[in-house]
Design a protein around this ligand. Structure first.
Ligand code: ATP
Length: 241
């Protein structure tokens, strides 16, 4: 089957410095891929480049079989992408953000579907972004990634700032969408989440892939998350020393 994403030797520069170095990443369609790693290890830079928000400096980036390494606009069109919640403009209302993405707020709400309830979007529609809490901004950012019905979505730490109920419901709804064919790529911060939610993952360190975790490893990890966490952390520490 043609991979949804096939990244080879991909590098990204930030302010002239290498932030992502020679990364390989393969994502099968209809699966959830996790990116985890140390602070500053390049997760956000990688996701932003994949979503066309940054250029790749080199490498190959095949999306559904088509080479898109030099086609930022094509990558941006292909993926639904949540903007950093703190970057949402204060002077717009939630409905304006969704309408900007989808062209029309009703179309946006239709595409966001059951996530509207999960994220409490209906109650927020008339609220100014400037009046939203951090968790509300996160809800709007996640909803906006789904607003134009893309079959592949990139989310950078989507569970940050969410209350426990929203976090639980969002996780379950994302899982459900993946079983229905959504391709999902997310940066996540904890290993048990990666083990229990993802079908494949990479761990990044200093801009490089320190470890790739395949579906068998993650399935075993989900069966015993404490052991998985301990072993993975030990393996990462030994790579550093
Ligand atoms: N806007 C920017 N301008 C210049 N350098 C940047 C910028 N954003 C990130 N960097 C640098 O790029 C490297 C990778 O940062 P990035 O934000 O991709 O890491 P991350 O893994 O997402 O980190 P975190 O877990 O802390 O969010 C770091 O060295 C960082 O200092």
């Amino acid at each position: 089957m043609t991979p949804a994403v096939d990244l080879r030797g991909a590098s990204v520069l930030r302010a002239g410095n290498v932030a992502v170095d020679n990364v390989d990443l393969m994502v099968a369609p209809g699966t959830w891929c996790g990116i985890i790693g140390a602070n500053g290890s390049g997760k956000t830079s990688l996701l932003r480049a994949l979503a066309g928000r940054l250029p790749f400096q080199k490498g190959s980036c095949r999306i559904d079989g088509e080479e898109r390494i030099s086609d930022r606009a094509g990558r941006a069109r292909h993926f639904g992408f949540a903007p950093p919640p703190e970057m949402l403009p204060d002077a717009l209302r939630v409905r304006d953000i969704l309408a900007l993405v989808a062209g029309d707020v009703d179309c946006a709400l239709q595409s966001v579907g059951p996530l509207c309830d999960v994220l409490g979007i209906s109650d927020l529609l008339s609220r100014w972004i400037g009046d939203c809490s951090a968790g509300m901004r996160q809800r709007v950012a996640v909803a906006s990634a789904f607003a134009d019905g893309k079959p592949a979505i990139i989310l950078d730490e989507p569970f940050n700032w969410l209350d426990p109920v929203a976090l639980f419901d969002l996780r379950e709804e994302l899982r459900r969408r993946v079983t229905q064919g959504l391709t999902l790529i997310t940066a996540l911060h904890d290993l048990p989440s990666i083990a229990t939610m993802c079908h494949g993952a990479i761990m990044m360190a200093d801009g490089e892939v320190a470890m790739a975790l395949d579906s068998d490893t993650l399935r075993a990890g989900a069966a015993d998350t404490k052991r998985f966490e301990r072993h993975t952390i030990e393996a990462l520490r030994s790579k550093r020393s």
